[in-house]
Design a protein around this ligand. Structure first.
Ligand code: A3P
Length: 291
């Protein structure tokens, strides 16, 4: 296994052409995922990183495992309640996990468990890629498992080339969109979730076949606000795995639409738009770039 791992300058290694994180992603586990046995009631939230994964994990936790999120010794982190299929740092036996199993995943379409084409439900969340780039830039510099890249321009070039953690945003979103009709899938954007969180929670719960009363919906919306999640250590990967992160940062950082404007120069934005138009011309997605 060690021989298969080739380290690049950022502490990343390529797996099927996509940069993953050494020490977090295990080749053997990744190889097993294609044939991972899916159940009819499985739910997987799929995202490119920094697109609303944690937020969706939190909403799914509230929908399915609310009793395990309450105070006391019974309180479980969302990474356990809605684990990332591909990480499994916690060594949970996914095959024996009781139903309803809820997962998150950053997997590109090409590596997703094949069984999801026949069974299970997917929620795909996409976020405008300028905000994703800025958020990922901060993550790169705040985690200890990757080499820092303090120069945003260098980082942005890597992002546009797909040389960052989890590869190309463009490929991830375009591939999933091209094939989404092959799955039972609900697609949302991060910006939809920001603009109308209640509407997003209703769409998610309806899609999952849950009929919730207004009060339950209000409670879920209230608990999954940016502020509440930031204050809940069970929601924060940096609090769950402190060795992986600088304590000065926060995995739940700003939660804004249009934060890219604080980082991008006009020239960077124009280069980005040019590449975006070329790569995304066939993808029927409209993002809010600012609100
Ligand atoms: P920022 O870095 O722009 O603040 P992921 O969980 O996919 O890695 O995405 C992380 C991004 O989602 C971060 O964006 C984080 O702040 C934001 N986020 C997490 N929880 C949120 C919430 N409840 N409301 C709004 N944004 C949230």
């Amino acid at each position: 296994e060690e021989q298969k791992i080739q380290i690049t300058s950022l502490g990343l290694f390529p797996y099927k052409g996509i940069n993953l994180v050494r020490g977090v992603h295990q080749v053997q586990h990744l190889d097993s995922l294609e044939k991972f046995e899916i159940r009819g009631d499985d739910i997987v939230a799929v995202t490119y990183p920094r697109s609303g994964t944690t937020w969706t994990q939190y909403i799914l936790s509230l929908l399915y495992h609310g009793d395990q999120m309450t105070e006391g010794s019974n309180k479980h982190p969302i990474q356990e309640l809605v684990p990332l299929l591909e990480d499994n740092i916690r060594r949970i036996d996914y095959n024996n996990k009781p139903s309803t199993r809820t997962f998150a995943s950053h997997l590109h379409l090409s590596s997703i468990p094949q069984g999801l084409r026949e069974k299970g439900k997917l929620i795909y969340i996409a976020r405008n890629p300028k905000d994703v780039a800025v958020s990922l830039f901060h993550l790169h510099n705040f985690t200890n498992v990757l080499e820092s890249e303090p120069d945003f321009n260098i980082f942005l070039i890597k992002f546009l080339k797909g040389e960052v953690l989890w590869g190309s945003w463009f490929d991830h979103v375009a591939d999933w969109y091209a094939h989404k009709d092959e799955f039972d899938i609900l697609s949302l954007t991060y910006e939809d979730m920001i603009k109308d969180t209640r509407g997003a929670v209703v769409r998610i719960s309806n899609f999952l076949g849950k009929k919730l009363d207004d009060q339950t919906i209000d409670t879920i919306v209230d608990k999954s606000t940016f502020k509440n999640m930031k204050e809940d250590p069970q929601a924060r990967r940096d609090k769950q795995h402190p060795a992986f992160f600088e304590q000065s940062g926060s995995f739940i950082r700003k939660g804004k639409v249009g934060d890219w404007k604080t980082m991008f120069t006009v020239a960077q934005s124009e280069t980005f738009d040019h590449i975006y138009m070329k790569k995304m011309k066939d993808v029927p997605l409209e993002f809010d770039w600012e609100l």
